[in-house]
Structure formats: structure tokens, C-alpha cells
Design a protein around this ligand. Structure first.
Ligand code: GLN
Length: 235
């Protein structure tokens, strides 16, 4: 089995390295036709406007939307989460094209600018129940988005209290600020059918449980035809 990793920009090499630690090959995807060779896809973090422009340049949007619609497993991390969301809000979203499919609204730079990036110990009950290991993971948030609204079919896998974050929205859109201030917790990881999305960067830590969890969403592995990830956990 090979996992596609969208390689237009951002932390695609880090995802490929994390997959390798689990004995799985990650292949770089840059052209629409390359999506035909993979049964699952990771969309990495980076800068979502740049990624959207490159995806448009390479005419990737129709093929990416088709991939999601076909029910193939897709995991978006950070900018990848923004890409998968049905709606993005927050600074500088104007006209940015999204793949969509994930029934949620994402605030693009919810936690502030680059300098407000942070790491936290994130409780992950569902992942720990399925993958073993400690009840939380070290989560790296880099100019991170947050999910501020979800549809009924969306399963929340992790959230963080807003009060624990010192700077929220350094310069938000005025009306939006009010609704965001009233939110006590924001969602940072979700699953909806074939889609997984995280606002942080599991590919930047040694804990491989998020990758292992995603790989279990890929049918060949669920069927038990491969056992390559059975020994995964922290390394
Ligand atoms: N907030 C960034 C964006 O809008 C995403 C940051 C990330 O992927 N680390 O693209």
C-alpha cells in the first residue's frame, strides 16, 4: 500500500518520514493523474493560500474533490484542514478556493500569527483508546486554525480550552470576534466518514499514533490484509 501526500508546499516530507517510521510508503502527489495511483491522501500543513494557488495552477481541484467524494480516506493537517473544510473564515480568506467536503467552519488563523504558535499536551481519548499509549499527545500548533462550527455527522476527536491560549485573534473580523470570544473550547481534531482533520502537526512529533489511526481508515488495512502498522505507538 502507498499513501499519497500532496506535495505542493508545506510539511509533506515530514509526513512521508512519519509514514516510513510505520513501514508505509508515502508518495508525493503534484499532478491530478497521480491521484489515480493512491487509495488515500494526506494534505499537509503549510500556507493554505499558497497551496490553493498551486493546486489551481496544476488543475488539481476537480481531481481532489472527486477523490474526497469517492470516499477515499483523506487527512488534512493544519492548512490541509482548511483545504478540506466547507467554509473558511478569518483573516485573508477572500476568494481562496477550498476542496470542501468536511462539514465545518474553520477559522484560518484562530490562534494568532506565527509568533503565537505554541505546543500543548492535548487529551486524545479516542486515539488513545484505539492506538494505546498515553491519554494525550504533544500537539504543535503553528499559526494554527481552529474549527468553530461542526455539522451533526462530524465526530470531535480533540478540543482545547480557549482560555489556555493567551492570544486569540490578533486582528479578527469585527463581528466574528464576538462569537469567537463566547466560545469556551475550540475543536482541533475531527473525523467525518472518510475524512480526518487536525489543526496541529502530528508529523512534527515522534508520536505516530495519528498516522497509525489514519492508516486504519484505509480499507486494505481494516480488512486485515496488511499488518504493517500493528506495532505502532510512541517511538
Ligand atoms: N493558518 C495557516 C493558513 O492559513 C495554516 C498554518 C499551518 O498549516 N501550519 O494557511
Amino acid at each position: 500500500m502507498v499513501v499519497g501526500v500532496l506535495a505542493l508546499q508545506g510539511s509533506f516530507n515530514e509526513h512521508i518520514a512519519a509514514l516510513k517510521r510505520l513501514g508505509v510508503k508515502g508518495v508525493q502527489i503534484r499532478k491530478p493523474e497521480q491521484l489515480q495511483d493512491v487509495s488515500s491522501l494526506i494534505i499537509p500543513g503549510g500556507e493554505s493560500t499558497t497551496m490553493a494557488k498551486l493546486a489551481e495552477y496544476h488543475n488539481l481541484f476537480p481531481a481532489l474533490r472527486e477523490f474526497v467524494k469517492m470516499g477515499k480516506p483523506v487527512w488534512g493537517t493544519c492548512a490541509g484542514l482548511i483545504f478540506l473544510a466547507n467554509k473558511a473564515t478569518g483573516q485573508k480568506t477572500g476568494g481562496q478556493e477550498l476542496i470542501g467536503g468536511l462539514d465545518c467552519t474553520v477559522h484560518r488563523n484562530f490562534f494568532g500569527s506565527q509568533i503565537q504558535s505554541f505546543e500543548t499536551e492535548l487529551p486524545i481519548p479516542e486515539i488513545a483508546a484505539k492506538e494505546g499509549g498515553p491519554p494525550s499527545c504533544r500537539a504543535v500548533f503553528i499559526r494554527a486554525p481552529a474549527i468553530i462550527e461542526v455539522g451533526l455527522d462530524v465526530e470531535v476527536l480533540a478540543d482545547v480550552p480557549v482560555s489556555s491560549v493567551e492570544t486569540v485573534n490578533s486582528s479578527p473580523i469585527p463581528n466574528e470576534e464576538e462569537s469567537i470570544k463566547s466560545v469556551r473550547k475550540v475543536i482541533v481534531a475531527v473525523k467525518q466518514g472518510n475524512m480526518l482533520a487536525t489543526a496541529f502537526h502530528p508529523e512534527l512529533t515522534a508520536d505516530t499514533r495519528w498516522h497509525s489511526y489514519f492508516l486504519k481508515m484505509v480499507p486494505e488495512i481494516e480488512d486485515g490484509t496488511s499488518d504493517i502498522i500493528s506495532t505502532s505507538s510512541m517511538d
